[in-house]
Ligand binder design. Structure first.
Ligand SMILES: [Zn+2]
Length: 260
């Protein structure tokens, strides 16, 4: 599933390849991706509009069009958004095609068709963006002091930090040496902060390189992970077996030796 780094990589690549282009036509091949909005309305809103901006908020992609409309794209489980050289050769799993004047197209490719393109999204509850100057040690310390949640639950709560998902929350906790079951002590805010930023920045870099092959988004998650998905395997630092426990309906992977 694309997490913040993969969505960020998608945005950066799109900005390089398609920002400023005019959308000649938006062909929606699967109307259900637009629910609760209407596919025809979305097509009409995009037609002959310039793609002014491509921004990310949490895991949402915001396509800012001339005239003031914003389209909200969410990749969910298997979605991807990338430019192809010719709209006539789109993959069968293309659910929407933004045709550009030079016959290129931005394809919304989504084998499971669970992703979304809509005219609005609920972003107001999203917390701070971890890769912007708004995210600081002080900000994290303030949020930690107001919460008694276990560390993993705290990090996964989108009202605190936007876009941090199951993989990178587990990796950041390992890097900080933080037990996912215990609340984060305010004196450890600095270590937690640096770990979150480092893990995400590395992952953006890695996702961006992997993304040079359209459709290979999932490969970004195959980078060398320290704990995620490694239940029973030896910790790369201390050799103890990585444990997996349920937390908030999701699996948490951690090393009981390294994370206190
Ligand atoms: Zn360990």
């Amino acid at each position: 599933m694309p997490e913040l780094p993969e969505v960020e990589a998608v945005c950066r690549r799109l900005r390089e390849e398609a920002q400023g282009a005019t959308i000649r036509r938006l062909a929606i091949r699967r109307a259900s991706i637009c629910k609760p909005d209407n596919a025809e309305d979305i097509s009409a809103a995009a037609r002959n509009r310039k793609l002014r901006s491509i921004e990310r908020r949490g895991k949402h992609i915001l396509l800012g069009l001339s005239g003031g409309t914003t389209l909200y794209v969410h990749l969910r489980m298997t979605g991807n958004l990338y430019v192809i050289p010719d709209y006539r050769f789109a993959p069968v799993s293309a659910r929407a095609l933004f045709e550009l004047p030079d016959n290129r197209a931005i394809v919304f490719d989504d084998p499971r068709a669970l992703g979304k393109i809509t005219l609005s999204a609920r972003l107001e509850q999203l917390g701070v963006e971890p890769l912007t100057p708004a995210f600081t040690v002080e900000k994290l310390k303030e949020m930690i002091s107001q919460s008694r949640q276990p560390a993993k639950t705290f990090l996964m709560d989108q009202r605190h930090i936007a876009g941090l998902g199951n993989i990178y929350a587990a990796e950041a906790l390992f890097k900080a040496g933080q037990d996912p079951r215990k609340p984060i002590a305010t004196k450890r805010a600095g270590a937690m902060y640096s770990s979150i930023v480092a893990v995400l920045a590395d992952a953006v870099h890695s996702a961006y390189s992997t993304y040079s092959k359209p459709g290979h988004l999932l490969a970004a998650e195959e980078q060398k992970l320290m704990v995620y998905g490694r239940e029973g395997e030896p910790c790369r630092v201390c050799g103890r077996a990585i444990r997996r426990i349920p937390q908030g309906g999701r699996s948490t992977y951690f090393c009981a030796g390294c994370q206190k």
